[in-house]
Design a protein around this ligand. Structure first.
Ligand code: PEP
Ligand code: MG
Length: 762
């Protein structure tokens, strides 16, 4: 397509009329009236009508005739149709235009005498879409029986898009004053949407959309030729970009990622998609608005599709549209956000999250996402409350909405009522007071009332975690999950990048120990650049040390980076998911080979080395004495240990909470491990999530664990509980109860009562 930018192509008459209607300062109703008048005179039709969806409770709604030129004015705000009812209702339901030369003879035609539409034959209706949601239907009719041209359909779609943005925007700015009589387009009602808490916390703030719709002022082009040029340029650059994605890095791409990129390429070269964009610009939209409109149409259609494969394609299209918008805006700088931003997105890549100024982010809400996604990991590292799987939230939230994010229970409250605000504010205040109290404890050691000193360590894995060491007053890093670096990057981190990160962690910790856990991949931790191995039960499949020992090249490479990072310093390394003592012996031998290699090459060696084992399988618990012979320390990975002990998948919400880590069975195995390590004089710690919960942590200390490693949010609460705890008394309470004779299914209530009686804040 060749376009000459020097020729100013003015938009068609209809667009000029619409632009003029937009520039008025009237109410929305008056603007709608102006729109229908502009449409009838520019398109030479007898009737133009706007039907808007009136919200009715939480489900469905009715299409209300909200403005018309040509039908009886008395039917405005009186004539109503259900989605699916009549031709107009059908357009709303399917989100597709209907273009008929003789509408009354169509089987779906439903006659409404009060509108006086008898004389009109030809009929063109298009959906008014926004963000994939149908807001209403725009209809033109004329007496003469003719089919509308493709250009006319395009024009009407363009007007529909402008309409959607104007109405929503006007109501957002104008509040009650601008509200259409009885029609609720933007959501003003309070709504609560449930999801899953992927990163804990509470936050109050204002909604910011990760990809906001194009502002109404930027919807209509002033020079079509120039817009066409911008579009062509963006298409060319998008295609080049996708071509590089597919072929440029083939060496590091896996089959799976190549397939995804191939899908992108198919879309980027799809003549239909590009054709739709061109038509939209040709009809008078800016290139951005054209992308947005095409996206809205695809979204509205694909959202109605059940096939999961097709629905997944929606994400690919969305991503492509986002890339295109970025190319058009030339966006390189970080997105600007207000101070208390609650960021809403369908899904968000880790790098995209890190693009935002995280000091200004109050919380994150995703329609999709998973607990173990990279974005969730980073949100936890940033102490950013995150609610994911909040189905439908993007259709309900508007930029600037007041939002409460409850990432303790997994709820998002949009436009909350004053009564909700009160209760929430109280919880926030309590949290604030607690965190100030925890701050006071930062420089104090966690020592129990009976004199046991407990080391409280941080679970970490990324650079963003490191400042938390001092902020929380942690005694070191008890678990450095090295796989995070691999998970958040698009390509395998090079040796130098691995060494660099490990060194930075050691330096940040100063004299405090850092325990690096070698790659724990497999299970739910999949790398985008590695071919996934399909497995029936990935959690008990080929993962962690099993991969490490079967593919020693990868593990030795990492151990090499660790040895280099530890030069002249204290290096602690441990292996995940060890099940047999032999595995630990083999893994340790690989580490020793790397030390030997460094010696041979004359490299500086670590000043001190400790090689430990993660105890996270019941089989190894029964070998605790033997494994203590070959490990310098033991770290109990309670998350995995409990999932294997109770045969309950930790990532499956239906079963993950079925067992209680304070049940006699769980406490017995933990006590058995603690005793085994003590007898063998082997230092032992716990590094699963339970170590960061005060009640559970109190029990762990009572059982003899004196090092606990946890997410940053746990350190303050656990420290204050430990400082008030008489661990000996609690031990005396627990031990008789974990004997086989106990009838209690859990000691939780007993321990909680003990803590309350003795003033332990849990
Ligand atoms: C655990 O299993 O308890 C653990 C700390 O490791 P991860 O959660 O990374 O599997
Ligand atoms: Mg584990």
């Amino acid at each position: 397509m060749s376009v000459n930018p020097d020729i100013v192509t003015t938009p068609p008459k209809l667009m000029r009329a619409i632009r003029a209607a937009m520039e008025g300062t009237e109410s929305v109703q008056e603007r709608l009236d102006d729109f229908v008048t502009a449409i009838t005179s520019s398109m030479r039709v007898n009737v133009a009508s706007i039907y808007l969806l009136r919200q009715k409770g939480d489900v469905g709604g009715e299409l209300e005739l909200s403005a018309t030129k040509g039908l009886k004015r008395s039917s405005v705000h009186r004539t109503r149709l259900k989605p699916g009812e009549g031709l107009v209702g059908h357009v709303a339901l399917t989100a597709r235009p209907i273009n008929l030369a003789d509408a009354p003879s169509h089987p779906l035609f439903s006659y409404r005498p009060e509108t006086g539409e008898d004389p009109y034959k030809s009929f063109l209706a298009v959906p008014i879409l926004r963000g994939g949601r149908t807001l209403g239907v725009l209809v033109v009719q004329s007496k003469e029986a003719r089919t509308f041209s493709e250009d006319e359909v395009e024009d009407l779609l363009t007007v529909a898009m402008v309409l959607a943005e104007i109405i929503v925007d006007d109501e957002r700015i104008g509040g009650k004053k601008a509200a259409l009589k009885g029609i609720q387009l933007t959501q003003t009602k309070p709504e609560t949407i449930s999801g899953k808490a992927f990163a804990p916390g509470l936050a109050r703030g204002h909604a910011v959309l990760h990809r906001p719709p194009v502002a109404p002022a930027n919807l209509l082009a002033s020079n079509i030729a120039q817009e066409e040029l911008r579009l062509e340029d963006a298409i060319t650059r998008l295609r080049a970009h996708v071509d590089v994605m597919v072929s440029g890095e083939t060496a590091t791409l896996t089959r799976a990622s190549k397939e995804i990129y191939e899908v992108y390429r198919t879309f980027a070269y799809d003549r239909k998609w590009v054709g739709r964009l061109r038509e939209a610009v040709h009809s008078g939209l800016t290139a951005e608005a054209a992308v947005e409109r095409t996206r809205n149409e695809q979204r509205a259609r694909l959202m109605k599709v059940r096939d999961p494969y097709m629905r997944a394609r929606l994400g690919d299209l969305e991503d492509l549209a986002n890339r295109m918008l970025r190319l058009l805006s030339g966006e390189t700088a970080a997105p600007q956000i207000p101070d208390d931003a609650v960021l809403f997105a369908r899904d968000l890549g880790p790098a995209e999250l890190l693009d935002y100024d995280h000091d200004k982010l109050a919380a994150l809400v995703l329609e999709e996402g998973t607990m173990s996604s990279h974005t969730s990991i980073i949100a936890r590292a940033l102490s950013l409350p995150l609610v994911g799987r909040a189905a439908g939230v993007l259709d309900r939230v508007e930029t600037g909405d007041d939002v409460l994010v409850d990432a303790e229970e997994g709820y998002v409250h949009l436009r909350p009522l004053d009564t909700q605000l009160g209760g929430f504010q109280m919880r926030l205040n309590i949290r604030g007071e607690m965190s100030r109290a925890y701050d006071q404890l930062r420089f104090r050691r966690a020592v129990t009332q009976c004199g046991t000193e407990v080391d409280l360590m941080l679970n970490a894995g990324l650079l963003v975690d490191l400042p938390q060491l001092d902020q929380a007053g942690a005694d070191g890093i008890g678990l450095f999950r090295t796989e995070f670096q691999f998970m958040v990057s698009d390509f395998m981190p090079r040796l130098s990048q691995q060494t660099d990160l490990y060194r930075k962690a050691i330096i940040a910790a100063g004299d405090r120990p850092v325990t690096f856990r070698t790659l724990d991949l497999g299970g739910d931790k999949i790398l985008p650049y590695m071919d996934p191995v399909p497995e029936e039960n990935p959690a008990i499949g080929w993962r962690a040390i099993r991969i490490g020992l079967d593919r020693p090249g990868l593990m030795r490479y990492q151990l090499r980076a660790l040895v280099a990072a530890g030069a002249g310093r204290h290096l602690r390394v441990m292996f995940p998911m060890v099940t047999t003592v032999q595995e630990m012996i083999d893994a340790r031998a690989l580490f020793d080979r790397e030390i030997e290699r460094a010696k041979r090459l004359g490299q500086e060696l670590p000043a001190k080395v400790e090689v430990g084992v993660m105890l996270e399988t019941p089989a190894l618990a029964w070998q605790v004495n033997q494994v203590c012979d070959v490990a310098d320390f033991v770290s109990v990975g309670a998350n995995d240990l409990m999932q294997f002990f109770f045969a309950a998948d930790r990532d499956n919400a239906r079963v993950a909470d079925r067992y209680d880590p304070l049940s006699p069975a769980a406490l017995s195995i933990l006590s058995f491990i603690a005793d085994g390590c003590r007898i063998n004089d082997t230092p032992v710690s716990v590094c699963g999530e339970i170590a960061g919960r005060p009640l559970e942590a109190a029990c762990l200390v009572a059982l003899g664990f004196d090092t606990l490693s946890m997410p940053v949010t746990g350190i303050g609460p656990v420290k204050s509980a430990i400082m008030a705890l008489d661990a000996r008394a609690l031990r005396d309470l627990i031990l008789p109860n974990i004997k086989v004779t106990t009838r209690l299914s859990s000691l939780r209530d007993t321990v909680r009562a003990f803590c309350l009686d003795t003033g332990v804040p849990v």
